[in-house]
Design a protein around this ligand. Structure first.
Ligand code: 5AD
Ligand code: SF4
Length: 516
């Protein structure tokens, strides 16, 4: 093992003796404590380094009881990957003896698990740090930490160092397992503890987790992204693609099934690249889904797909149905081949439509949803119209839509852009009107039909009403005894709205059939 590998495995202490990365400004006064800031340049490098798998995580004896009498609070921004990371950090806190709390006022440690995908996600975090300042002044012993994707960005770390002295710790997405050491340093040090590895660490299998609820569970199948779409910060914040071994995933899903979970969401930034990094076995997402569908758990979903690696074998396996649901989220980003090219998506409008045609031929009842970016640098009216026409042509039932947000360090951020913000906003409105219209259209046929709903709990608007999701991820509200929370029930739809369905409860579905 070389020094970098030992460092990444946490066997030697990074930072003080040997800062791994360069920063523009001299923050050497912080070097008395852990100081390993991120470097986008380093994060961009992708080698053929072997990924080592560990199951030797343990909380060192010297840290046991660190949290006795103390409470932690984690606020999570961004995607489901971040939510799942929060479950791991909560597991580590509990292992250290901390108790959870759901108010910041009550907390002894506050973590903001951040998202870097767009500027407004980042602004929310800076705003929150501002709100926390008075609390820190009131309670000097309070520890405030920033983790997640924003911590992987050099500019963010520099900004926090310069202007947010209420922050005690910054650590990155590859440093989560180091939480006990980072907390320990933060208690000892008066300076900000910064530990952000720009290059990903190995895969650690046995990190503790405190899962949110006992109905649906997230399961990581891979980490990182090597696609480098020109607008996207994720390949820099999450590192290179690396897949968990099939056996570890299958075992985790089996355990969750045994514990009574009803739905699994398989997670990865680019799940269709699953297995590409295996050198010893030829095993891809289709193979994994084929193995998972034999497990006795009613529902399995996955996110997020990249159209480029969505292969025929996967389609063939998904067509077998059973617990593999017929809803696919397939981000297209744009309907214009020219824009797709400068986004470096590596597919065209035509090849995307061809993929959709194949999926629909194999799974006739499939529901497709997508992500779209409008106002990419220099997007013309005609190119935007191509996105509108593609949306209609595919017949998407829902989309997450965004105005392009330049991310420092990505290639697109350097592109000159001649499209005014008002035009981008107007395009977003037109697209959203279409998205609403097509969602409402897709909801109409449900009226009078019976659907299967996994009941998640009380509706957010009315505690008298329960709500849950269909296999195609449609929100359904209905009245039923609270005892059916966590069950899959049948509901007869009485009203179809744009984004949800109302219905009458029929009864619990006795045994959900799982393919053998
Ligand atoms: N600006 C706007 N939207 C973005 N996304 C990713 N990067 C950006 C960006 N720089 C969107 C994409 C992606 C979703 C998670 O966020 O649509 O699929
Ligand atoms: Fe946000 Fe992407 Fe990080 Fe998820 S992976 S938290 S979407 S930047």
């Amino acid at each position: 093992m070389n020094e970098e590998q030992r460092l990444q495995a946490g066997l030697i202490k990074p930072g003080i003796e040997k800062p791994a990365n360069k920063v523009e400004k001299d923050y050497s006064k912080y070097f008395e404590t852990v100081y390993t800031p991120p470097s986008l340049k380093e994060a961009k490098k992708r080698g053929k380094e072997e990924i080592a798998y560990h199951d030797d995580f343990r909380i060192e004896e010297r840290f046991l009881g660190m949290g006795n009498g103390r409470k932690f609070y984690i606020r999570t921004y961004g995607c489901q990957m971040n939510e799942h990371d929060t479950e791991v950090m909560a597991g580590i806190f509990i292992g250290l003896g901390y108790e959870p709390t759901d108010t910041v006022d009550d907390a002894d440690v506050i973590l903001l698990n951040t998202c870097a995908i767009r500027e407004n996600a980042e602004n929310k975090v800076f705003g929150e740090l501002g709100h926390l300042k008075p609390l820190k002044l009131e309670k000097p012993d309070l520890l405030i930490g920033v983790c997640g994707c924003m911590s992987q960005e050099e500019s963010v770390v520099n900004k926090i160092l310069k202007t947010y002295d209420q922050v005690d710790m910054i650590f990155g997405t590859h440093n989560i397992h180091r939480l006990p050491n980072i907390l320990h340093e933060a208690y000892l040090s008066k300076e900000m503890v910064v530990e952000v590895w720009s290059k990903e660490g190995d895969i650690i299998e046995n990190l503790p987790k405190v899962r949110h609820g006992n109905i649906k569970a997230w399961v990581n199948i891979m980490y990182g992204c090597d696609k480098f779409c020109t607008y996207c910060i994720v390949p820099y914040t999450r590192g290179k693609e690396r897949s968990r071994r099939p056996h570890d995933i299958i075992q985790e899903v089996r355990q969750l099934a045994a514990q009574g979970y009803k739905e699994i969401m398989l997670l990865g930034q680019n799940v269709n690249a699953y297995g590409k990094d295996f050198e010893d076995i030829d095993y891809r997402l289709g193979d994994l889904m084929d193995d998972l569908r034999k497990i006795n758990i009613p529902r399995i979903r996955f996110t997020t797909s990249h159209p480029r690696d969505f292969d025929d074998h996967l389609i063939e396996v998904l067509a077998k149905g059973g617990n593999l649901l017929d809803h696919i989220h397939l981000p297209v980003q744009s309907g214009s081949s020219d824009i797709l090219k400068i986004m470096a998506r590596k597919y065209t409008r035509e090849s995307y439509l061809e993929l959709v045609r194949k999926i629909k031929a194999a799974i006739p009842n499939v529901t497709l949803t997508t992500d779209i970016i409008v106002g990419f640098p220099n997007e013309t009216e005609e190119q935007f119209e191509e996105t509108m026409s593609l949306y209609k042509e595919v017949g998407f039932e829902m989309a997450y839509t965004y105005i392009y947000s330049p991310r420092e360090g990505t290639p697109a951020a350097k592109m000159v852009d001649n499209i005014p913000m008002e035009v981008k906003k107007e395009r977003l409105q037109r697209l959203n009107a279409l998205v609403n219209e097509m969602s409402a259209e897709a909801m109409k046929p449900y009226k009078g039909k019976i659907v299967k709903v996994l009941v998640e709990g009380e509706s957010k608007r009315n505690p008298e009403v329960l709500s849950g999701y269909t296999e195609k991820n449609k929100l359904v509200n209905f009245k039923a005894p609270r005892s059916v929370i966590g069950e899959i029930v049948e509901v007869k739809i009485t009203e179809a709205k744009t984004w949800s369905l109302d219905g009458e409860y029929i009864g619990v579905v006795e045994e959900d059939k799982v393919m053998s």
